[in-house]
Design a protein around this ligand. Structure first.
Ligand code: B12
Length: 215
């Protein structure tokens, strides 16, 4: 019974059906299935499949964005029912934002549900985020990871400044920093003081798990 409904929830995400993902997630709650299982074994399995289809070019960015909507429709229905004990089952906490000077948001908006579906607790700071806002957020939320959305070569170079701001605040050693976007590469990211980089959210998940030691 539980397995059936969880499979149907995953399928609703794959079918890009937000209304169905929400309806089934509520039905699963009513059936006594825990919010964590609905997220991990239902919604997230759907996003995982969408990622596989994206890698094989069976679906494209517009479909991925609609799948994200379906994922969030289910997630928002179950999240208020999560006990704090369940929240602690996250793999790690991440603060993410598009770097200063860069207004691109789509990449981050696709990446966040992928990271959440993989078990990361993600705090989104938005786009064109000033360095001080990253510093404040790390101080407040104490994440293990900082994600920098860097979608242009010029703003990718700003990574050095963001890292410096964290260093000067004495926070650099408390976090791992990963850059993401089409113009990034791990070697240059490391030269600028970050720990890694990825141009694909699904590949990034594996790197993030290694960075926080849960791979
Ligand atoms: C849409 C778009 C815009 C839209 C943005 C709308 C929005 N709300 O995001 C608009 C029109 C506003 C725009 C503006 C500009 N853009 Co533009 N834009 C694009 C475009 C066409 C698509 C970007 C996109 O959404 N991709 C789809 C997403 C899903 O892919 P993605 O970002 O790579 O994200 C994936 C991964 O990188 C990863 N990921 C994403 N974020 C993160 C974060 C972390 C931490 C991790 C680990 C992983 C991760 O997950 C995603 C899924 O796998 C690209 C071209 C391209 N092909 O990329 C140019 C592009 C990024 N833009 C570019 C430029 C130059 C600009 C402008 C300067 C143009 C101008 N002259 O005004 C301005 C920027 C202004 C500014 N200050 O920011 C250049 C950058 C060139 C470079 N290498 O520096 C590009 C590459 C186009 C080009 N070939 O010239 N742009």
């Amino acid at each position: 019974m539980a397995e059936d409904i969880l499979r149907q929830i995953a399928q609703a995400v794959i079918d890009l059906n937000a209304a169905e993902a929400e309806r089934l997630s509520r039905a699963a709650l009513d059936a006594g299935i825990s919010p964590y299982r609905i997220i991990a074994d239902g919604l997230s399995q759907g996003m995982k499949r969408i990622g596989e289809c994206f890698k094989c070019a069976e679906v494209f960015i517009p479909e991925v964005l609609v799948a994200c909507d379906a994922y969030y429709a289910g997630l928002n229905a179950v999240k208020p029912h999560m006990a704090s004990a369940e929240r602690s089952q996250y793999l790690a906490k991440m603060v993410i934002g598009t770097i200063y000077g860069d207004i691109h948001t789509v990449g981050k908006d696709v990446a966040i549900p992928v990271f959440e579906a993989a078990g990361f607790d993600v705090i989104d700071l938005g786009s064109a985020v000033p360095d001080e806002k990253f510093v404040e957020a790390v101080r407040q939320h104490k994440p293990q990871l900082v994600g920098l959305g860097t979608y242009m070569t010029s703003t990718f170079m700003h990574t050095r400044e963001t890292v410096k701001a964290l260093q000067e605040a004495g926070l650099r050693d408390s976090v791992k920093i990963i850059c993401g976007g089409p113009s990034v590469d791990p070697e240059t990211a490391r030269k600028m003081g970050a720990d890694d980089a990825s141009d694909n959210a699904w590949d990034a998940v594996e790197k993030m798990k290694r960075l926080v030691g849960v791979a």
